[in-house]
Ligand binder design. Structure first.
Ligand code: CMC
Length: 376
């Protein structure tokens, strides 16, 4: 018998249908429920995009008001969660904190296994509302500071800055952050979303699926790349060193973080809009350190394109933008989670509405069948 064809990394394999988002290669565009993501980023809030991903349509005025009121009411953490998170070691990576928090939310939720899609959306909104509170408390804990309670008078993005830093920055900064949330929200069958769908396909619960998805996003080949971008820029240090650093990195067969993509081979459709938002942040800061970092960022981008013909992905501009906003580098991937939780949970609902257990095959290349020897 001939060995079956193997699709390593499931590259190019279509495993199901989805109505949530698609990449259109001809126009290099990404749509959420049919709407181009760059138009959503330019004209709509992250809350509206979350509603769109979950319900299939943008909210009208009354729906948005209700959605916002519910999100604001759900932000606070109960005392048990706050105490649990405060007990985690200070060396714990923020992604581990977040993964633990979601797992704990599942353990505490008495409706955890009722399996109704409507309750799935209620749990999704709870995560959307509470994850920023967890991330902000952890960002402060890393600096030896006490948490700041959520402010129900502030929008989602403004409140997050308030909880992290005790102040809401300039509107351009909030806007740049919100653009990153809209762009990160959803991207079809990426590794973490697929992970969430695999877990859901066994009819496991939403918290288990999101906990697993956080684990998948953490790795540097996926969401961990936005953190890795910043470490890399710090390692290079000087715009004049970018090209030489790259030559050494490529000679050592290192992957350049924030470049390349499984689906986009001629540039990530989300990058131009994120880069434009980043350029605004750089112009706003107008200090020599920022200008130098931006020059280094541009020099490495040009060098990678020149040497390898590889384009940056969303993590490349987002990583530097998060740094300029004042977040600690290890907190960057949790910011991605705060956004992608909307896409994950939309996919969990879609998977349940049309479930098939995800269970592929493997082509065996181990030892031939053999007798078990008598024990010694
Ligand atoms: N640096 C150096 N070479 C690269 C890179 C990179 N970042 N990306 C791709 N290549 C090369 C790769 O070495 C291979 O070359 P060759 O054919 O000579 O062996 C060729 O380009 C094709 O790459 P691949 O690894 O087969 O492509 P893939 O689809 O399996 O990998 C990827 C996609 C994202 C894992 C990879 O591009 C990568 O490791 N990038 C760096 C990590 C990163 O930025 N991840 C974020 C992904 S997008 C947003 C997100 O999920 O957060």
């Amino acid at each position: 018998t001939t060995a079956p064809e193997v699709h390593r990394g499931l590259a190019g394999v279509v495993v199901d249908t989805t109505g949530i988002s698609t990449v259109i290669p001809e126009t290099n565009s990404l749509t959420y429920r049919g709407y181009p993501v760059q138009d959503l980023a330019a004209h709509r809030s992250f809350e509206e995009v979350a509603y769109l991903l979950w319900h299939g349509e943008l909210p009208d005025g009354a729906q948005l008001r209700e959605f916002r009121a519910r999100e604001r009411a759900l932000r606070p953490l109960d005392r048990t969660t706050a105490e649990l998170l405060a007990k985690l070691p200070e060396t714990c990576h923020p992604m581990d904190v977040l993964r633990t928090a979601v797992s704990f939310f599942g353990a505490e939720d008495p409706t955890e296994d009722d399996g109704r899609p409507a309750s799935g959306l209620a749990k999704s909104l709870t995560l959307l509302a509470k994850l920023p509170t967890v991330v902000a408390a952890d960002q402060r804990r890393r600096r030896g500071l006490a948490p700041i309670a959520p402010d129900p008078d502030l929008g989602h993005a403004e409140n997050f800055f308030h909880m992290c830093f005790g102040a809401v920055p300039a509107p351009e900064v909030v806007r740049c952050f919100e653009v990153s949330l809209v762009l990160y929200a959803e991207h079809s069958f990426n590794a973490s979303t697929f992970t969430a769908r695999v877990v859901t396909s066994t009819l496991s619960d939403l918290y288990s699926a999101v906990t697993a998805a956080i684990g998948a996003l953490k790795g540097p080949l996926h969401g961990g790349a936005n953190e890795a971008v910043m470490h890399m820029l710090e390692e290079i240090g000087d715009p004049a060193r970018a090209a030489d650093w790259l030559d050494d990195a490529l000679a050592a067969k290192r992957k350049v973080m924030g470049f390349g993509h499984r689906v986009y081979k001629h540039g990530d459709s989300r990058v131009p809009i994120m880069q434009a938002a980043l350029d605004e942040l750089v112009a706003l800061a107008a200090d020599p350190g920022t200008t130098r970092l931006a020059a280094l960022h541009a020099a490495l981008r040009e060098a990678v394109l020149d040497r390898k013909g590889i384009h940056p992905n969303l993590d490349y501009p987002a990583g530097l933008a998060y740094h300029l906003m004042g977040f600690d580098t290890p907190v960057f991937t949790p910011l991605f989670v705060m956004s992608r939780v909307t896409g994950w949970t939309a996919h969990i609902t879609e998977q349940l509405a049309h479930n098939a257990l995800i269970r592929p095959l493997a082509s065996y290349d181990g030892p031939e069948q053999r007798p078990v020897p008598a024990s010694a």
